[in-house]
Design a protein around this ligand. Structure first.
Ligand code: NAD
Length: 503
């Protein structure tokens, strides 16, 4: 599919969709996919194509028996081939991300690279799926005594078996990587999958799935359906769906978790975040500035691992504030594919207006505006906001308590590490927390006391590799088993116990 001719229509499965629409479903409405740096329309995407959702689940359900019966080693042959295909198309995918999302080319390459990591991890499925066994299980309680009271000759095993049709619903901010958190491991485990990508960035997901079919994935194993809330609600309550993996804002994560679990589905729902970085007076100053700059302003602040609040402890603010303000003011803002650009646009006009509203609220609620992103040198058209820094903020202000999801850094001053940890722990979110220090004692205290699922020590963005779970806490996560790592293997499989005796 070419995206150079615009706008084009992206729907679900066109043939089945058309057939189902003649049965009485309303024609779907659409949303324009726009390059946020230029305002150029790229495509149109259906947003309430319920018939497409049904058709996608139907295709996945039909493909499940044969795919589940395919030996795991053979399923992995596809993943090896897909990894090579992604490597060969990495630059193309990164360019597509820049066009529809707006991030810089370097950030887009990172998006693809971290997605490929997930495919590589899924290639280990033969090892990851191995069950356990215990020969000669003991029979000690009277209720299971048989004529053979020793239990000799009775063996027990647990196998991990696929669930069936799994659904993935993804956000706009990592258009290639987040879908790859989900479906490669799901299908490696023998499930079939329906992906509902963000309607703001559907082109990258479509290309990602096209490449999977180019790499040899059989039809029906992986399906894409486009849409918004109505399509999500249809998918997560569909009788043929067994499990739901969601990534997005906390409000929607809670809704998807409660709705899908009430409908009997297994669910893991990754939500929003408000992440704190504690800067101790003894920290390496250059490492702090580099780490905070990347964490707060990378991806224009649109990361669930963005460090958006710095707690400067003791007199750290005296050097931190001038250094970070000077460094942030030097970030060049513009289209992500232009040379020398350090920060691209935010995703759309609604998002830009929301961020500008937060900047106004910070000033109105009494924080000190140290760097005003509204006054930055940047293109006049497109959805741009420059790096913004507030000092002297306090909990209770909207810029401290709410997720902004934009390039706004808020500084709080606290007298001690314990006061900093206590402020951090007030947050209703718990995705990640970072400390910059040269003290092992402070680092250890932070690691044990901070109520977050991912801790960074002298690292601005503690993003786990795909072999580890992506482990948000509190309102940053709804469910039990996280994405990635062995959690993902357990999430996408069921335990089956066999107790056997051969007479
Ligand atoms: P979003 O919640 O608006 O949308 C996410 C998905 O949910 C999209 O596919 C969208 O179509 C769907 N959706 C939106 N409203 C819905 C509704 N009312 N009912 C059902 N489905 C609905 O999120 P976004 O703006 O695309 O992404 C940004 C958010 O994602 C931020 O809050 C960010 O922190 C979060 N995020 C979290 C993680 C994590 O791992 N915790 C990772 C990336 C992004």
């Amino acid at each position: 599919m070419s995206i150079s001719t615009v706008p084009q229509m992206i729907g679900g499965k066109a043939t089945t969709d058309a057939a189902l629409r003649t049965q009485g479903t309303q024609p779907p409405s659409t949303r324009l996919v726009v390059n946020p740096a230029s305002g150029q329309p790229l495509a149109q995407v259906e947003i309430d194509a319920l018939a497409s959702a049904d058709a996608a689940v139907h295709a996945a359900a039909n493909a499940f028996p044969a795919w589940a019966a395919t030996p795991v080693g053979d399923r992995c042959q596809f993943l090896f081939s897909y990894k090579q295909t992604l490597e060969a198309h990495a630059e193309e995918l990164a360019s597509l991300i820049v066009r529809e999302h707006g991030k810089t080319m370097a950030e887009a390459r990172g998006d693809v690279r971290r997605g490929i990591d997930c495919v590589e991890f899924a290639c280990a499925a033969p090892t990851l799926l191995m069950g356990k066994s215990l020969p000669q299980i003991a029979v000690s309680s009277s209720f299971c005594r048989t004529e053979d009271t020793s239990g000799a000759g009775i063996d027990s095993t647990v196998d991990r078996v696929p669930l069936g049709v799994c659904v993935g619903i993804t956000p706009f901010n990592f258009p290639v990587m987040v879908p790859l958190w989900m479906w490669p491991m799901a299908i490696a485990c023998g499930n079939t999958f329906v992906l509902k990508p963000s309607e703001k960035v559907p082109l990258s997901a479509v290309r990602e799935v096209e490449l999977a079919h180019k790499a040899g994935l059989p039809p029906g194993v992986l399906n894409v359906v486009h849409g918004g809330a109505a399509v999500v609600d249809r998918l997560i309550t569909h009788s043929d769906v067994r499990a739901v993996s969601f990534v997005g804002s906390s409000t929607v994560a809670r809704h998807v978790y409660s709705t899908s679990t009430a409908a009997g589905k297994r669910a893991q729902c990754m939500g929003g975040a408000k992440n704190y970085i504690v800067v101790m007076p003894d920290a390496n100053r250059d490492a702090v500035i580099e780490g905070v700059l990347g964490s707060a302003f990378g991806n224009s602040g649109q990361r669930c691992l963005a460090g958006s609040v710095v707690i400067a402890v003791g007199d750290a603010a005296q050097w931190f504030l001038p250094m970070i303000t000077s460094a942030a003011a030097k970030i060049r803002v513009g289209p992500g594919d232009a040379p020398g650009i350090g920060m691209g646009p935010v995703i759309d006009e609604a998002s830009r207006d929301r961020i500008l509203g937060f900047i106004s609220s910070g000033a109105a609620q009494g924080a000190t505006l140290s760097l005003d992103g509204r006054a930055a040198s940047m293109p006049q058209s497109g959805c741009f906001v420059g790096p913004t820094i507030f000092d002297n903020a306090r909990p209770g202000m909207r810029i401290v308590d709410e997720e902004i999801f934009g390039p706004v850094l808020t500084i709080i001053r606290e007298p001690s590490l314990d006061a900093a940890i206590s402020t951090l722990n007030r947050s209703r979110y718990g995705n990640m927390g970072v400390i910059f220090t040269s003290s092992g004692y402070s680092a250890r205290r932070f690691r044990t006391q901070a109520q977050v699922g991912m801790v960074g020590i002298n690292v601005g963005v503690p993003a786990p590799m795909a072999v580890f779970p992506f482990a948000g806490w509190k309102q940053s996560f709804f469910g039990d088993l996280h994405a990635n790592g062995e959690d993902a293997v357990k999430f996408f499989t069921e335990s089956k116990i066999t107790v056997s005796r051969w007479l």
